[in-house]
Write a protein that binds this ligand. Sequence first.
Ligand SMILES: Cc1cc2nc3c(=O)[nH]c(=O)nc-3n(C[C@H](O)[C@H](O)[C@H](O)COP(=O)(O)O)c2cc1C
Length: 168
Amino acid sequence: MPENILTILDRLTHGVYVIGVSHLERKNAFTASWVTQSSLDPPMLALGIAPTHKSYALLCAGGFFTVNVLGKGHGDKALHFGTPMKEDKLAAAAWHEAVCGAPILDSAIAWFECEAVAKHPSGDHMLVLGKVLRAELVDSEGLPLTYGDVRAIDPSRRMISTEPKPRG
Ligand SMILES: Cc1cc2nc3c(=O)[nH]c(=O)nc-3n(C[C@H](O)[C@H](O)[C@H](O)COP(=O)(O)O)c2cc1C
């Protein structure tokens, strides 16, 4: 595998989303960029999620998740929900419940509500397939935030240097 593979992976384009999860009264949300459409009929989304995240246990227990599309200028939300914290992350945001109980951010420019229909190990992450049950375009003028806008705040990028190692 080439040493600069992370640099090359940066040439893949991603959006930035907040994934909402819930089980009974417990709710959480986290930032994810590894989200993509994986089927047209039925509409399905694929999500790469680290099994170590607090949200993963809730997703597995609840069986549903929401995908909140962040708009340009919502990098602060990407950082907030992308930072591990003991406190309730949702306390600092305006949100309401999807039919499944998972949170929908009031500031999302669009959202999807999905049923988790399959899970598959994918290296250090799990690949979760979600069948879209409902969706809403909240702000038809809103431009989606992209991973390139917020790459610098992704904690996983701070752990792995993409700078070429010195020779010798
Ligand atoms: C810009 C950005 C993108 C991220 N993308 C993902 C992702 O696609 N999948 C993932 O599992 N974690 C991703 N993370 C990391 C999680 O959001 C972060 O670890 C979060 O604190 C997990 O929350 P939880 O433990 O409360 O569930 C991303 C973080 C940031 C800032």
